[in-house]
Design a binder for this molecule. Structure first.
Ligand code: AGP
Length: 608
């Protein structure tokens, strides 16, 4: 998704703005641009493609400027092109960068065109620059014009505005799109993502919806939704360069896969005792509230939704709670019936996914007991807007494909299941069993990571095909779905997941020697049935790649059977995810794709 960075400094800012754009590359984008204030005019550079190309233009132009805004764009309205890249301008005075979507852009554009403003792009963003210039004509101040323009905008936005007539400050505004200020030494910054400016400061101010702020090199001022001057808390955050660099790994995704033992440890650390989950780990009085819960509703997207589907199984078998799960993007469109004593749960790595936030805001209007978030980013909107939160503590996840976010979400959801079971006085022995298993989980994951060499050997068999099927049963069906999602998003191989029993109801027709079938066969009552399903595949020439419990034996012919380390069955969904992540990564390596920033995708999807 789009990324914004702005700086007002006592030194040259061109380089630091471009470095900031580099640090936001992981979010996914298609073009980049920068506007830098100089006395003789604004330097305005844009490129289609990578930030590197913008950097090359900067090297040729050699601008010198202490004030600037920059942007990476992920196309929503208008194709990826230089013309559609931000910053957009109105005359040679107002330059803006925008994240989000302006929903009433058609009518506003028409109105502005009738007033004589000429549009050069197909975006919904350019009109913001014209609107500000229009309102400047009858406003007492620049801030006043921003508020007048804001009143007209419907949708979501974070914007940064550079006014050629003001050589000292940048104005920023936020409405339903993340934006923060960074306080530096002899400089102040603004960005949509703290990682963009983490090398420059560890003091951040997270703006609230409706806020407008003016930053200059030695001061800043924030105004609330009513244009009154306000103070917002300064948050100290140490986002170390180690967390944001690849170290010796080839890709962030690879690093994040191998960080999982540590990440899981951080999720459970301080939250479980010797025999049980600790009280109130979701916030003060969460235990008391959990004792009233009779029903669960989950809403999430993508990988986070898969985590929710696994958890639904745990919630029913360990905490005795019925659970409904929805795609966050669909939830509010089905007029959901809310039963009494229902708990609403969202799951999100970023905490900024627009669909998930929209589902949460809809749920807050309904008769839920409370809202609970499972989230990796403590400073996110989701964290702020939920009644109770559990942070997964996985550390920054940079690769677009979620890996450690998923397994730590699962660990967090297990903690939620245990907390609900405890509050309801259910299954004390089972709870102790799960707590003990959770403590050994980092070690089991370490062992699962050692399967890498065997997986590298099987990867060419998948990388050379254009399609693949993933099979699992019961709680392993969502794990199979996650494996398929990982493979498709980074290798561009078409991958579908099925509960193995469904094969004979249709997909079996797809099986031939060009259809690798990746199956999950943990030891359980379903493993035997799954093996018969796999025999059906083998009999039709399908190549089998089976991840299985050491007790499972079967002839996979030219395929491969890989045994996973033993662990408590309840935790196997977490462990079986590991080889699927490694497989997707190794296949993508063979296919030479852009693993950390796969085509068309964004890390944090901040538009609905
Ligand atoms: C996962 O690999 C994805 N890239 C994507 O499905 C992601 O999980 C989804 O967009 C939800 O993001 P969130 O967890 O930040 O809300």
């Amino acid at each position: 998704m789009c990324g914004i960075i702005a700086a007002a400094s006592s030194r040259n800012v061109g380089k630091l703005l471009v470095q900031g754009l580099h640090r936001m590359e992981y979010r996914g984008y298609d073009s980049a641009g920068i506007a830098l204030h100089q006395d003789e005019g604004v330097v305005h550079l844009r490129t289609l493609g990578k930030v590197k190309l913008l950097e090359e233009k900067m090297i040729q132009e050699k601008p010198r400027s202490k004030l600037g805004i920059a942007h990476t764009r992920w196309a929503t309205h208008g194709e990826p092109s230089e013309i559609n890249a931000h910053p957009h301008k109105s005359s040679e005075r107002i330059y803006i960068v925008h994240n989000g979507i302006i929903e009433n852009h058609v009518e506003l554009k028409k109105e502005l065109e009738e007033k004589g403003y000429a549009f050069t792009s197909q975006t919904d963003s350019e009109l913001i620059a014209h609107l500000i210039e229009l309102y400047l004509q009858d406003s007492s101040s620049f801030i006043d014009a921003i508020y007048k323009a804001k009143k007209r905008l419907e949708g979501a936005y974070a914007i940064a505005v550079l006014d050629y007539q003001d050589p000292n400050s940048i104005v920023v505004a936020r409405h339903k799109s993340p934006l923060l200020i960074g306080l530096g030494t002899d400089e102040n910054l603004a960005a949509s993502d703290p990682l963009a400016i983490a090398q420059l400061t560890n003091e951040f101010i997270f703006l609230e919806d409706g806020d407008v702020a003016r930053i200059s090199s030695d001061s800043y001022e924030i105004f609330d939704t009513n244009q009154a001057s306000v103070q917002r808390a300064i948050t100290k955050l140490d986002i170390t360069s180690q967390a944001t660099s690849k170290g010796d790994y080839r890709h962030f995704m690879e690093k994040e896969i191998y960080e999982q033992p540590e990440a899981i440890l951080n999720t459970i650390d301080g939250r479980v005792g010797a025999e049980d989950v600790l009280d109130n780990i979701f916030g003060l009085n969460s235990n008391e509230l959990f004792s009233k819960v009779e029903r669960i509703q989950i809403a999430a997207c993508g990988t986070s939704l898969h985590a929710g589907r696994v958890a639904a199984n745990w919630l029913s078998s360990i905490a005795g709670l019925p659970c409904q799960i929805d795609y966050a993007s669909e939830y509010r469109y089905r007029n959901p019936y809310v039963d009494k004593n229902s708990l609403f749960i969202t799951i999100s790595q970023s905490g900024e996914t627009a669909d998930t936030l929209a589902a949460l805001s809809y749920a807050k209007e309904q008769e839920y007991l409370a809202t609970v978030g499972i989230c990796n980013v403590p400073t996110s909107t989701l964290a702020r807007e939920s009644d109770f939160v559990l942070f997964t503590n996985a550390g920054p996840e940079i690769g677009v494909a979620s890996t450690k976010a998923f397994t730590t979400q699962l660990a967090g959801l297990l903690l939620l299941t245990l907390s609900l079971a405890k509050a309801r006085g259910l299954n004390p022995k089972l709870r102790t069993r799960v707590v003990e298993a959770l403590r050994t989980l980092p070690e089991v994951i370490r062992d699962a990571l050692k399967l890498k060499d065997q997986i590298i050997e099987m990867a060419p068999g998948v990388a050379s095909k254009d399609n693949s099927l993933f099979l699992g049963r019961g709680i392993f069906y969502p794990v199979a779905k996650e494996g398929a999602l990982k493979l498709k998003e980074i290798s561009y191989i078409h991958a579908e997941a099925y509960p193995a029993g469904e094969l004979k109801h249709g997909p079996l027709a797809l099986i031939d020697e060009d259809m690798p079938v990746i199956a999950l066969a943990p030891e359980s009552e379903i493993a035997e049935k799954l093996i018969s399903n796999l025999e059906e595949v083998k009999a039709r020439g399908g190549k089998l790649y089976v991840f299985a419990d050491p007790s499972v034996t079967m002839d996979v012919k030219a395929g491969r059977l890989i045994h996973l380390p033993k662990c408590d069955f309840l935790l196997t969904p977490i462990v079986y995810t590991i080889p699927l992540q490694i497989l997707a990564y190794e296949v993508a390596l063979l296919r030479g794709t852009d693993i950390d920033q796969p085509r068309n995708l964004a890390k944090s999807v901040t538009v609905e």
